[in-house]
Design a binder for this molecule. Structure first.
Ligand SMILES: *[C@@H]1O[C@H](CO)[C@@H](O)[C@H](O)[C@H]1NC(C)=O
Ligand SMILES: *[C@@H]1O[C@H](CO)[C@@H](O)[C@H](O)[C@H]1NC(C)=O
Ligand SMILES: *[C@@H]1O[C@H](CO)[C@@H](O)[C@H](O)[C@H]1NC(C)=O
Ligand SMILES: *[C@@H]1O[C@H](CO)[C@@H](O)[C@H](O)[C@H]1NC(C)=O
Ligand SMILES: *[C@@H]1O[C@H](CO)[C@@H](O)[C@H](O)[C@H]1NC(C)=O
Ligand SMILES: *[C@@H]1O[C@H](CO)[C@@H](O)[C@H](O)[C@H]1NC(C)=O
Ligand SMILES: *[C@@H]1O[C@H](CO)[C@@H](O)[C@H](O)[C@H]1NC(C)=O
Ligand SMILES: *[C@@H]1O[C@H](CO)[C@@H](O)[C@H](O)[C@H]1NC(C)=O
Ligand SMILES: *[C@@H]1O[C@H](CO)[C@@H](O)[C@H](O)[C@H]1NC(C)=O
Ligand SMILES: *[C@@H]1O[C@H](CO)[C@@H](O)[C@H](O)[C@H]1NC(C)=O
Ligand SMILES: *[C@@H]1O[C@H](CO)[C@@H](O)[C@H](O)[C@H]1NC(C)=O
Ligand SMILES: *[C@@H]1O[C@H](CO)[C@@H](O)[C@H](O)[C@H]1NC(C)=O
Length: 836
């Protein structure tokens, strides 16, 4: 009989060989011995047109079924039967009524046609006995349902308890699962593609003592690696009230950490769903955890983990399932180094330590993974610390530079009596800067009700606004956003070492300190940002700017480059040091906005008795560069713009010593002499007369916000969506891109720029009444204060322009609140052309 079998095998082999030479004539003989209890079935793949047939003794058919003890010779009517047919080879193994044929499992019979095939071993066994499936290397890797194996070779293991079938899992070759022990019957199947070179099943079956649970899965992890495993039936439910165990064999000099990525719980009527660990060296084995707990980490060597179900609520059982990962790493050099993080004196603050890219990017579990530990065995990829406590943390991480800290602190004022005069320091606490982890972001949320506003000051460093002409290059910056529930105003990006002493803002403010490069560790010592709550302010934002005498300062409207929101007003108060003259210029010649409702204005005025106020409407040219001898205001107020036009304004301020300036002027003036001086006087007088005949109207829209609440609300709705869109686009890379590149920590603090301000410090100077339409133009009798010749043209121009716009201005005041749609199309076009 053995000889017969060998002969048959030889024949089949020969046939197979000839089949390859002469495919069309290929004929197969399958001969099955009754004792093997194997059934072979060849059938058309489901849903395929039967354009290929099986030919048995001149009879064609689309299906062939060869039973134990039968022998059949057949051919296919086409040369590529693997495109149409699949094959199932089922072997029944009965261990109940007779001895089990244990040992290596063969891929029998030989000489099968090259078709996709499924070998199924159906082992019937007593539920009192354990069966062990032992896989040869390279072992197995469990896959999620729907996943396919790279070589299309997959194993599926099912356990049969009574009549119920439990899917233990689907596996590919090449993994760490070395053994699966089961109780009772097993249905094991192996799927092979038609062209697979595999000739052995890759496993053997052995008899074992009862395991007293559904199954035990053994995983052997040798080096730095990870394994992902799922509970039986995943993503469907683990059988009710069952128990199973995963055994992990890990070298004792390696460390393992467990992460539950996906789980759900059923509705337990009795008992509790839980996991239990046997951990080497633990004094409390088994250690019991809820599925929702942070699972043990940094386990030295082999351990096992059991999943215990419960008695479920029959009406609403729910689903117990678990997908988890075990990561094995070498012990980290610093695993025993603990860092004290003392947040006991902090207030309303959370500190999150995480991998870079979190939370959008959760790192793959790999060798480079980093864990943050609250205690030696409670580690995770993200750790959140809250104020009021002291932590001892450690890191399991090869490369700490891939970790980041994000912190948030809330400061609120809901009763002005309590927060009045309180000065809050907006600096990153030492507890954070001393950690060997880079600070990614520190966010202060300043919350106040509508009528309380915020003021931030930076008395010693002063802030620089990040503008294209003057980019921040410090190791950190502040991004300031003011928000109401309806909208956000991106005030701007600021960094230390500039000229802005103070910013007053309405609404709730979010200040995010972001770091760039490694220099922050050094620069963090000089942090100087303070905050206090102030009574209601008139404008959306007021900047107090006190530039360094040598500096040229660029300033721009918030929400750059997307334009100021409708009806919003912003003001800058620029402090001009004694003995200096400031030169003020605008970067473009127009505001860039066309108004649909209301008008937009720029108002410039020196803070001195009887100073001239320069007013420009959105349809006028902005003033030419001019000299300012006293502290001055630059105020901007927006209208409701027509679609696609935006108010964006940038200006600069530079300083020169007065004497030098005058010297130049005198030299220029020398030729003209007294004549010019007379001319000037005449001109001024003329101006003054005309002025008083036609008082200037329709100036600065201070507080338009509160004046037209209805309109604002109306507009807000439409704009809201726009703005969420807008903010999605303003990302760091755009605004601050050049600094996102690590700057090798070579950023040096600009000590010489941080000159302490020595001019008048204090609150804003007393404001004139908001709707003062009077405009006094006066030639000062003091020659030192008189405008130099070079400004003459501009002044004249200013005057002429105002005159020409006067009648319109008049109409404006009355129309401001009703809406002004009289803008000419031509003007609109002109404005559009100036848009960027
Ligand atoms: C099969 O059919 C061919 C012709 O159709 C015939 O020549 C041949 O003898 C037949 N063979 C058998 C075994 O019936
Ligand atoms: C055979 O298996 C391969 C890989 O899984 C698949 O792409 C192909 O469609 C299968 N062929 C048939 C006839 O089922
Ligand atoms: C073959 O399998 C069937 C079904 O499991 C079983 O009833 C029968 O006893 C088996 N025969 C042998 C010879 O093992
Ligand atoms: C087995 O898996 C490892 C890691 O996943 C991979 O590097 C290796 O190439 C795989 N080997 C085979 C034969 O697929
Ligand atoms: C977790 O389960 C949810 C819901 O079934 C699924 O959408 C998600 O992809 C799963 N995640 C993983 C990592 O398997
Ligand atoms: C789990 O590990 C413990 C300790 O090594 C051992 O006593 C126990 O038998 C193991 N349990 C299983 C189910 O492997
Ligand atoms: C950390 O401490 C444990 C227990 O004291 C010790 O076994 C281990 O070797 C230490 N790890 C390192 C990297 O020093
Ligand atoms: C704490 O901060 C949160 C925002 O981070 C804020 O909502 C809350 O009001 C603050 N609580 C106190 C008491 O300041
Ligand atoms: C600021 O936030 C607080 C709390 O969230 C809220 O009550 C208040 O209305 C907000 N203020 C503004 C101006 O949006
Ligand atoms: C921090 O400053 C010290 C000296 O003040 C210097 O030696 C070190 O290189 C600086 N580190 C960085 C990252 O700039
Ligand atoms: C940063 O920019 C300022 C001017 O804005 C310049 O003086 C300084 O040298 C720059 N520093 C570095 C490190 O580039
Ligand atoms: C600019 O705004 C400030 C603050 O609202 C105000 O005090 C000042 O009078 C305004 N100046 C002009 C010229 O409108």
């Amino acid at each position: 009989m053995a000889a017969g079998r060998a002969l048959a095998a030889l024949l089949a082999a020969l046939l197979a060989a000839s089949a390859q030479l002469l495919r069309r004539e290929a004929s197969f003989m399958i001969s099955l011995h009754a004792a093997d209890n194997v059934t072979v079935m060849i059938k058309l793949r489901h849903g395929i047109s039967p354009s290929c047939q099986i030919n048995v003794k001149n009879v064609t058919r689309s299906e062939l079924w060869i039973k134990p003890g039968e022998s059949t010779t057949f051919t296919f009517t086409c040369s590529t039967p693997e495109k149409y047919f699949i094959m199932e080879i089922q072997k029944n193994i009965d261990c109940v009524s007779g001895p089990c044929p244990f040992g290596d499992v063969h891929l029998y019979p030989l000489g099968l046609p090259r078709l996709n095939r499924t070998f199924t071993w159906d082992v019937k066994a007593s539920t009192k006995a354990g069966l062990e499936l032992k896989f040869s290397t390279p072992w197995l890797r469990q896959i999620e349902p729907g996943e396919t194996c790279p070589d299309f070779v997959s194993y599926n293991i099912n356990s049969c308890i009574d009549t119920a079938k439990v899917n233990i899992g689907t596996f590919c070759r090449n993994g760490s699962v070395s053994r699966v022990k089961l109780l009772g019957g097993v249905v094991m199947s192996l799927h092979l593609p038609w062209n697979s070179p595999l000739t052995t099943s890759g496993f053997n079956i052995a008899n074992r003592a009862s395991i007293k649970r559904l199954c035990i899965i053994e995983s052997i992890l040798k080096g730095e690696s990870s394994v992902t495993l799922m509970s039986p039936n995943y993503p469907l439910g683990f059988p009710e009230d069952e128990l199973m165990t995963w055994q992990f064999v890990i070298p004792s000099n390696m460390r393992a950490s467990v992460f539950f990525h996906n789980y759900s719980l059923s509705n337990c009527e009795r008992k509790e769903e839980r996991v239990e660990y046997y951990i080497p060296g633990s004094l409390s084995n088994p250690e019991v955890f809820k599925l929702s707990d942070s699972q043990p980490a940094n386990i030295a060597g082999s351990f096992n983990l059991s999943l215990q179900g419960c008695d479920q609520d029959a009406q609403n059982p729910g689903i117990l399932r678990l997908l988890f990962q075990v990561v094995v790493q070498h012990p980290q050099v610093d695993e025993n180094v603990t860092h004290l993080v003392d947040l006991s004196k902090e207030w309303n603050m959370t500190v999150t330590i995480h991998f870079e890219g979190w939370p959008t990017h959760i790192p793959l579990m790999s060798e480079s993974m980093c864990l943050i530990c609250k205690d030696p065995r409670t580690c995770d990829r993200v750790l959140t610390l809250v104020s009021g406590a002291v932590y001892k943390i450690s890191f399991l991480c090869k490369d700490l530079s891939r970790l980041r800290i994000t912190a948030e602190k809330g400061i609120s004022c809901f009763d002005f009596r309590w927060c009045q005069r309180k000065i809050y320091s907006l600096s990153v606490p030492k507890a954070i800067t001393q950690l060997p982890i880079r600070l990614h972001k520190f966010i202060w949320k300043l919350l106040a009700p509508d009528l309380i506003n915020t003021e931030i000051t930076s008395p010693s460093l002063k802030l620089q606004q990040h503008v294209p002409e003057q980019r921040c290059n410090t190791s950190y910056s502040y991004s300031i956003v003011s928000a109401t529930p309806e909208m956000e105003l991106n005030v701007g990006v600021f960094c230390p070492g500039g000229s802005i002493k103070k910013i007053q803002m309405r609404n709730n403010i979010t200040i995010a300190l972001k770091t760039f490069g490694k220099g922050f560790l050094n620069e963090s010592n000089h942090q100087d940002l303070k905050m206090s709550f102030v009574p209601h302010i008139k404008d959306e934002c007021t900047f107090t700017v006190s530039p360094d005498p040598k500096a040229k300062v660029y300033l721009q409207t918030p929400n750059w480059p997307y334009g100021l929101r409708p009806y919003v007003s912003i003001s800058w108060y620029v402090i001009v040091p004694n003995k200096q003259v400031a030169r003020l210029g605008f970067s473009r010649d127009r505001m860039g906005v066309t108004c649909e409702t209301g008008r937009a204005y720029v108002n410039i005025k020196e803070e001195t008795l009887g100073a001239e106020e320069t007013v420009r409407r959105e349809d006028e040219l902005l003033p030419q560069p001019r000299n300012m001898y006293h502290n001055f205001w630059v105020n901007v107020s927006n209208c409701k713009p027509v679609d696609k036009t935006q108010l964006t304004l940038q200006f600069w301020v530079a300083f020169a010593d007065k004497q030098i300036d005058l010297g130049v002027i005198l030299a220029v003036v020398a030729g003209a002499g007294v004549l010019t001086a007379i001319g000037l006087t005449v001109c001024c007088v003329k101006k003054k007369r005309k002025k008083s005949q036609n008082p200037m109207v329709g100036v600065y829209n201070a507080n338009v916000n509160t004046q037209v609440p209805g309109k604002q609300g109306l507009f807000t709705k439409g704009r809201k969506n726009n703005e969420s869109h807008v903010y999605a686009v303003i990302d760091d890379a755009m605004v601050y891109g050049h600094l996102l590149k690590e700057s090798n920590g070579s950023v040096t603090p600009e000590v010489d720029v941080y000159r302490p301000f020595d001019g008048p410090i204090g609150s804003l100077p007393p404001s004139p009444p908001p709707f003062s339409f009077r405009k006094d133009i006066k030639c000062s009798s003091n020659t030192e204060e008189s405008p130099p010749l070079m400004d003459r043209d501009q002044d004249t121009y200013t005057f002429a322009h105002q005159k020409s716009g006067k009648s319109e201005d008049n109409g404006d005041t009355s129309e401001k609140n009703n809406g002004d749609r009289s803008q000419s199309l031509l003007e609109n076009k002109e404005q559009d052309g100036l848009e960027e």
